[in-house]
Each structure stands twice: as structure tokens, then as C-alpha cells.
Design a protein around this ligand. Sequence first.
Ligand SMILES: Cc1cc2nc3c(=O)[nH]c(=O)nc-3n(C[C@H](O)[C@H](O)[C@H](O)COP(=O)(O)O)c2cc1C
Length: 180
Amino acid sequence: MQPALTGPPPPPTGPTGPDARHLRDCLGRFGTGVSTVTYAEGHGSRGITISSFTSVSLAPSLVLVSVGRRARACAGLRGAPFVVNVLAADQAPLALHFAGRPQPELPVPWVDQDGVPRLDGTVAWLLCRPWRAYDGGDHILFVGEVQDFASTSGDPLLFQDGSFRRPGPRIAVPPTLETA
Ligand SMILES: Cc1cc2nc3c(=O)[nH]c(=O)nc-3n(C[C@H](O)[C@H](O)[C@H](O)COP(=O)(O)O)c2cc1C
């Protein structure tokens, strides 16, 4: 059967499924970066904060973001180019702003990237065109093909155990485990 890419979320797993609170706590142990995916909607610029950004493929250059079906962005991203903005450690207010907690006084540093809105002051950004979308249960998995990108030095914003964080000290490993 073809996965559903439209319509309401599927019904939640029944009583045999894992307890949602405990599952969230368990998944929250996995520390991630924090990104805001930005896109144009009508004449406006919109964004959604996510932790589900991941790289997929180098050739072709593909990245993935997982967006809840109930999010406004789920409709907005369908067939639309987007930018993944990897937030800097000092951008937690922006993360909240685009996570359904608008910060009225916060200046949003919009810049235009080839007709797609992106945020200034991030540690990295990737401009993507839509490639495929997949059923992900109550989320849709949007895979984008990277058209352009840039990164700078500076600490990224992290998220773990329900809290924003910044990177801690490097961990020394035996030389044989060091990456090039
Ligand atoms: C740190 C953090 C990570 C989040 N990660 C995701 C995610 O990966 N996918 C998602 O759909 N929502 C995620 N959210 C929730 C969305 O940001 C939130 O539902 C937002 O209000 C949706 O905006 P929209 O309905 O305007 O598109 C995250 C929120 C926070 C604070």
C-alpha cells in the first residue's frame, strides 16, 4: 500500500504501544543540534524549529527533516524550496520563536537566499529544493537536495533531555579513533 502523504495523522498506537511520555524521555537522551527550517508562504517568510535534521546522502546531496503533520509547515513545505538554518548557541530565543512560542520583541534576522528566506547569524545553512516526501507516521519526512550551503565557526545550539545547551569540552580519544 502507498504511504499516505496527505490527510490527518494516523490513529495513535493502541494500548500495547510504548508509553508516550517515557518514549519521549528516552528519545530525549539523544542530544541533537537545533535547526529552523525556513520557507516562503505567499508573500511572507515562515519557519519551524526542528531537532530532526539529518544528512542522508552526499551524491546526490540529500538532507532530511521530519515535520509533524499538524504543523503549519507540513503544508507549507510540500513541494517548496527551503533552508535548513543550523542555529548558533546564542539563538535559543529564535528557536523558541519558531517553535510556537513567539517572542514579540525579538528581531528576526531574515535574509534572502536566491528567493528563499533564511536566517542570519547561524553556524550553517543549506538551501534545498524538494526531492521526495515520505510517510513518517504522524510526521512527514521531507528530503531536500542541497543547492547551496555555507558554514562558519562558533558554537551550535544543542538540545538534550528537554533543555537547550551549548557544546562542552572536547573528549580526548586514542589517536586511532580520531577522524581526519
Ligand atoms: C528543540 C525543539 C525541537 C523540535 N523538533 C521538531 C521536529 O523535529 N519536528 C517537528 O515537527 N516539530 C518539532 N518541534 C516542534 C515545532 O517547532 C512546533 O510544533 C512548531 O510550533 C510548529 O510550527 P508551525 O505549526 O508554525 O509549523 C521542535 C520544537 C523544539 C523546541
